[in-house]
Design a protein around this ligand. Structure first.
Ligand code: UTP
Length: 479
């Protein structure tokens, strides 16, 4: 195109966007268009053409009417769960191993979050998360994926959801680290969708004169992103049937757990569509979502939505009745994701609203306003809202030390410090199970230990290694 053709093309695109914005009463997004440099105008038009704003308006309307309201307490009951060591554990393990051997399982990490609480300058997956060698989260998962592929003779494809905000940085991080030794072609990275924030009047906002204020559409957005990115088609073409879903901030997650995969596929409490892991809650008011049953279907109720008397209620043996805490580890079948994101299920995931401070450009002054108080609503989808869409959904108990050491905050609960403690405790338990004497002080290991998944993915793998008989207090041991 020559210069005048380009100009004409831009003018046409602008006109088209203007008509679209007028039809949804959001034409203020073009308020500063006359002031923009060519590149800035291009950027704004790019956003207007790629974000489906009419759909976003429908979502805002839907969010006003269709948010989840917990039903009356007498309609809620605790979800059943498969205990940590079920009778069919061995059969489940073998089935899961068969799935891995047949190359029917993919790993899927959602890494599109903004990680505001951790405050790390970079994608959260690049955060140094192991206690001694400081391996980044992505490397810890890559090692498990590599080790699993090697063990069963079939490389495991790895799907990673980023966001438009961290996609480039994440790709660069993988490139710089030589894809952590994985085959480049087995990694499929794609950005999730975004949704515009809106003010009290339902108007979208400008974060600068040429940018619409948007946020990633939540981990539940992974469902529609799997479809939109072509990942579902890619999975089908590779013969993948099951997706092992986990979040980027949990370094101890079993990325590909044969027992869980097997139970998901064969246990009678499962439809093979969507299964979840849970850990028993430590107290009635622990801030985790709880697996409940409503109308015969499992779903997670957020801690803030579960009536307090239910949360406190105990069974005859003194355990919390609402015990099963959600830890965002799931297996989903490709067919299930295909169904819930297709025509029939497109509007199936509810939207959650959250108040947020959104810096924005004032239309009257053109100045950037940094609000001290929340001034906008953001919409997000949550992965656990897919649970009631499954015909039957299995919940499987796991152990906190074995599998849940999240890094969410810079300090305090769920911080690097608490995660390191859990990771070292797990390593100590594995070594003790393999007959190594681990020094402990007031119950906690007094040595630092880190075990790479390339050496062992569980205590049984340690038996084949040449290990010391005992570790001394203060030792630092990397296996
Ligand atoms: P969190 O809910 O902890 O959010 O995400 P976050 O954005 O990472 O962190 P804060 O709240 O800003 O501090 C749990 C998991 O879901 C992913 C995150 O990357 C993390 O793995 N996630 C969250 C997405 O992939 N996309 C989102 O839009 C939100």
């Amino acid at each position: 195109m020559n210069a005048s053709e380009t100009q004409r093309d831009t003018a046409e695109r602008l006109e088209k966007s203007r008509r679209m914005l007028e039809s949804i009463d959001q034409e203020h997004l073009l308020h500063f268009v006359e002031e923009l440099e060519t590149e800035q105008l291009e950027e704004l038009l790019g956003q207007l053409e790629t974000i489906d704003l009419p759909e976003a308006v429908r979502m805002v309307e839907r969010a006003n009417t269709d948010t989840f309201q917990p039903p009356a307490p007498d309609l809620i009951s605790p979800a059943d769960f498969v205990p940590r060591h079920p009778e069919n554990e061995q059969a489940a393990r073998e089935h899961g191993e068969q799935l891995l051997k047949a190359g029917k399982v993919a790993a899927f990490t959602v890494a599109g979050g903004q990680g505001t609480r951790l405050g790390w300058n970079g994608p959260k997956g690049s955060f140094p998360a192991s206690p001694l060698t400081g391996k980044p989260l992505f490397r810890l998962f890559a090692e498990q994926i590599l080790a699993t592929g090697n063990r069963w003779g079939r490389p495991v494809p790895w799907y990673i959801m980023t966001s438009p905000i961290n996609d480039e940085q994440t790709r660069a991080f993988f490139r710089d680290n030589n894809y952590f030794g994985l085959d480049r072609t087995s990694i499929f990275m794609f950005p999730q969708g975004v949704l515009p924030s809106f003010d009290e009047g339902g108007k979208f906002m400008l974060s600068s004169k040429h940018q619409i204020a948007v946020n990633p559409d939540g981990h539940g957005g992974s469902m529609r992103a799997l479809r939109a990115s072509g990942a579902i088609e890619d999975m089908k073409s590779r013969g993948i049937e099951q997706i092992s879903y986990f979040q980027v901030d949990n370094p101890t997650v079993k990325a590909l757990d044969p027992v869980f995969l097997g139970l998901h596929a064969i246990d009678e409490s499962s439809s093979g569509q969507l299964s979840s892991k849970m850990v028993p809650k430590t107290s009635y008011n622990e801030k985790v979502g709880v697996f409940c049953q409503i109308d015969g279907r499992n779903r997670v109720i957020e801690y803030s939505d579960l009536p307090e008397d239910l949360a406190r209620s105990q069974s005859e043996d003194g355990h919390l009745r609402y015990l099963a805490g959600s830890i965002a580890i799931h297996v989903l079948s490709v067919d299930f994701v295909d169904r819930i994101t297709g025509e029939e299920g497109a509007a199936a995931m509810p939207l959650h609203r959250a108040s947020k401070k959104v810096p924005h450009v004032s239309l009257s002054t053109g100045e950037l306003v940094e609000p001290a108080e929340p001034n906008a609503t953001k919409l997000e989808m949550f992965i656990f809202d897919a649970i009631p869409l499954a015909d039957r959904s299995m919940v499987y108990e796991t152990d906190r030390v074995e599998e849940f050491a999240p890094i969410k905050n810079a300090q305090g609960a769920d911080s690097p410090a608490t995660s390191f403690t859990l990771q070292i405790e797990r390593a100590a338990r594995w070594l003790e199970a393999a007959g190594v004497q681990v020094p402990r002080e007031a119950g906690a290991p007094s040595a630092k230990i880190e075990i790479s998944a390339l050496s062992a993915m569980g205590p049984a793998d340690l038996e084949h290694l040449d290990l010391p008989k005992a570790i001394e207090p203060g030792d630092e041991l990397v296996i």
